[in-house]
Each structure stands twice: as structure tokens, then as C-alpha cells.
Ligand binder design. Structure first.
Ligand SMILES: Nc1ncnc2c1ncn2[C@@H]1O[C@H](COP(=O)(O)OP(=O)(O)OP(=O)(O)O)[C@@H](O)[C@H]1O
Ligand SMILES: [Mg+2]
Length: 250
């Protein structure tokens, strides 16, 4: 469902993703972990048609992707970001936000689809005409997930989807993502600093350092603290010791 072969991304003369290859099967959930600046978000942006210049081969749902965001790409893949406030338009109601992709792509049954999606992400119909500032952080992230699913893409790219939320709300959103994946047979590529999040939601992971994959492993190896690379083990011990980012232990 997601194929990345020999991906290189440069911002000007800075080489931020180096010869990355990985593939994610249909229905699989794959985590990208690694320190800040290691190129995790850049890989997602390239897949979403939002990275400026890359080389290599990228394919989603069996079709190669181009360097820009085409309508066909939007129907195959959508992104969910860390900060649901920043990613929602402050003066658009939930209804406007959810209906916008439908009108852009000429899809009908607006009301039915908006109401069904609110229900799918666990928001009551009364939230439909609220503005983002009238919602809690968790509710806003539910809206962002709903918007990502309006075109029914088979793939979601999730960039730290819970790290801006309180711990109790994080658990709710993680459970929602797990349920949606099972119900809709979605494929996830998830970026996180938080190893317990990867352990909860993913089947496999890749450890990135300075733009390179240092290890790819099944999630059982993460849970058993049996990553092979020295850097992967260092991330696990930082997470267990309570890293400087203040994340909970697995
Ligand atoms: N638009 C840009 N122009 C120039 N450099 C950029 C740009 N976006 C990202 N970078 C650089 O590319 C590198 C990788 O950034 P990226 O956002 O992919 O890291 P990340 O792994 O997602 O980090 P974080 O965990 O902090 O989100 C960083 O060194 C960053 O400074
Ligand atoms: Mg990032």
C-alpha cells in the first residue's frame, strides 16, 4: 500500500532524508520513530505530495506519486497533524471543514456523509456547527481525523497525532485510531516520539537517525526491548527512564 524506494530529500543543500526504503502492506500500521530533526515529517510530506524536491520512487495503493498534490493523490492519502488547532481553519465550522473535500471532489450526499463521519469519530451531531475554538483539544483532533477520512482514502499519514493532547485524551484518540483502522481496513504510517504509542498502534517500526533508517523491526521487538541497533536501544532506555520530553514509560 505504501512503497518507498531510495528516497532522498534535500532542502537546498541540506540532505535531510538519505536513501530511505520501506514498504507497508495493506491494513498494516507502521511507525517511524527517531529524534527531532531526523526526517520523519519530511518522509510523510513527500508521500503527501508536499515536499519540495525529492528523488527515488514513491507509490501509494499501487500507483506512483508525483511531486505535487493531485486530486488522485488526495483520494489515496490524507495527513493528520500534531496540532489540531493549527490545522483547522479558525473561522470555519466543523460542517464547513468536513464538507470542503466533498465539494472540491464533486461528491454528493453532503449532509449524510458529514453526519456519518461525525458519528464515526465519536462526535455528537450538536458539534456540527461549532468553530474550532468552541471545541476541546481532543474534539478538535476528532474533527481533523474526520476531515482526513471524508474522501475515504485507504491510507492515513499520522504525524504525532496525540502528542499535543493531555494523557487521558491521548488514550481516547489512540483508541479511536485503532477502531477506525480495524473498521475501515486503513493503512497507517505514524510518526511518533512516543514509543508506547508505536507499541499500542503499530505492527512494525523503523528507527530513523539523521535521515537514515538504522533499523526496521516488528513491534514485538520493541515491546520486548530487543531492538538490534544501539540507537534503537538508546531510544528505548530513554523512554523507560522518562526522557527529557517527559513521556510515560511503556
Ligand atoms: N522547509 C524546510 N526548509 C529547510 N529545512 C527544513 C524544512 N523542513 C524541515 N527542514 C529540516 O529537515 C530536517 C528534518 O526535518 P523533519 O521535520 O522531517 O524532522 P522530524 O524528524 O519530523 O523532527 P520532529 O520530531 O522535531 O518533528 C531538520 O533538520 C529540519 O530543520
Ligand atoms: Mg516532525
Amino acid at each position: 500500500m505504501i512503497e518507498i524506494e531510495n528516497l532522498d530529500v534535500r532542502y537546498g543543500r541540506t540532505h535531510v532524508v538519505r536513501n530511505v526504503s520501506l514498504s507497508v502492506g495493506a491494513g498494516e500500521s507502521f511507525a517511524l520513530v527517531g529524534e527531532s530533526g531526523s526526517g520523519k515529517s519530511t518522509i510523510l510530506k513527500a508521500l503527501a505530495g508536499q515536499a519540495p524536491s525529492w528523488t527515488g520512487r514513491l507509490a501509494l495503493a499501487g500507483e506512483p506519486i508525483e511531486h505535487r498534490r493531485t486530486p488522485s493523490l488526495a483520494r489515496r492519502v490524507q495527513m493528520v497533524f500534531q496540532d489540531p488547532y493549527g490545522s483547522l481553519h479558525p473561522r470555519r465550522t466543523v460542517d464547513d471543514t468536513l464538507a470542503e473535500p466533498l465539494s472540491i471532489h464533486g461528491i454528493g450526499e453532503r449532509d449524510r456523509r458529514v453526519l456519518a463521519m461525525l458519528d464515526a469519530v465519536g462526535l455528537a451531531a450538536r458539534f456540527r456547527f461549532r468553530l474550532p475554538h468552541q471545541l476541546s483539544g481532543g474534539q478538535r483532533q476528532r474533527v481533523a481525523i474526520a476531515r482526513a477520512l471524508m474522501l475515504e482514502p485507504p491510507i492515513l499519514l499520522l504525524d504525532e497525532p496525540t502528542s499535543a493532547l493531555d494523557v487521558s485524551v491521548q488514550a481516547e484518540i489512540l483508541n479511536l485510531l485503532k477502531t477506525l483502522r480495524a473498521e475501515r481496513r486503513l493503512t497507517y504510517l505514524l510518526v511518533t516520539h512516543d514509543l508506547p504509542v508505536a507499541a499500542f498502534l503499530c505492527d512494525r517500526l523503523a528507527v530513523l537517525r539523521a535521515g537514515e533508517i538504522v533499523e526496521t523491526a516488528p513491534i514485538a521487538d520493541l515491546r520486548a526491548h530487543q531492538l538490534r541497533s544501539a540507537y534503537g536501544r538508546e531510544l528505548v532506555s530513554l523512554s523507560l527512564g522518562g526522557s527529557s520530553r517527559g513521556h510515560a514509560s511503556p
